[in-house]
Design a protein around this ligand. Sequence first.
Ligand code: ADP
Ligand code: MG
Length: 270
Amino acid sequence: MDTEPIIRLRDVHKTFDTTSVLRGVDLDVHAGQTTVVIGPSGCGKSVLLKHMAGLIRPDSGTVQFAGRPISAMKGRELAVLRRRMGFLFQGAALFDSLTVGANVCFPLIEHEVGTAEERRRRCQHVLALVGLDGFQDRWPEDLSGGEKKRVALARAIAIGPDVIFYDEPTTGLDPIRADLINELILRLKAALDATAVVVTHDLHSARRVGDRVLMLYNGHFIADTSAEKLDRVDNEVVARFVQGRASPDELARIETGPLGRMSPAGQESG
Ligand SMILES: Nc1ncnc2c1ncn2[C@@H]1O[C@H](COP(=O)(O)OP(=O)(O)O)[C@@H](O)[C@H]1O
Ligand SMILES: [Mg+2]
């Protein structure tokens, strides 16, 4: 790709207490693509996503968003950049004391976007996009899990973000509702012309929505490929994970180096 990436990570390291989660991550996220990061539970997918969104600072290394050093920003400057992002967090909670409409409008009010009438229309529009036309006056407690997720998605896109971050968007949903979310991720990409970053351990979802799929493991990417080629990556950990052939414990016992730094056959790494 010769265009500037919308998000760029360089040599990002992050350790919590004694757990080294990210160990020198490099990544360019290209505009207009859906980039999916897969990996077993606890491998650092959410931590990675939070770095991209400027919610966590790296111990070392840099994160750029639209060419700006988000990893070094704070306050107002950071808030302005965040207006260009939509988030669908894991277990995204709605405010139970607010109607669906008020939940969706929340980020617009927070960022002081539009008049009340414009916000009302925007809310209607994004609810229709997620298939919840006419839900404005409903209450969260009257919705199913899948509907709540879709309201949270409408809220995430209300502001018209350049980038939508999805953290485990299908987790906790039955296969049919999960597929509905996958369809929405695809539909929103087309409707909003947005860039999406999805982190998930749901391989079906990764294959369905991903233009590009990376696997995070032991603090590095060990695969960077397309959804179509995911089954043909020449790496034992990736192969086992995508075929559902190994538990996380088993995966942890297989040694593998980071992409681009794999030791040549027959040589010891380190
Ligand atoms: N704020 C935090 N404080 C301490 N440890 C954390 C924090 N956030 C994440 N971790 C640890 O970092 C590792 C990766 O977490 P996470 O990114 O949530 O994994 P994933 O999303 O891939 O399941 C886990 O061991 C987790 O316990
Ligand atoms: Mg997570």
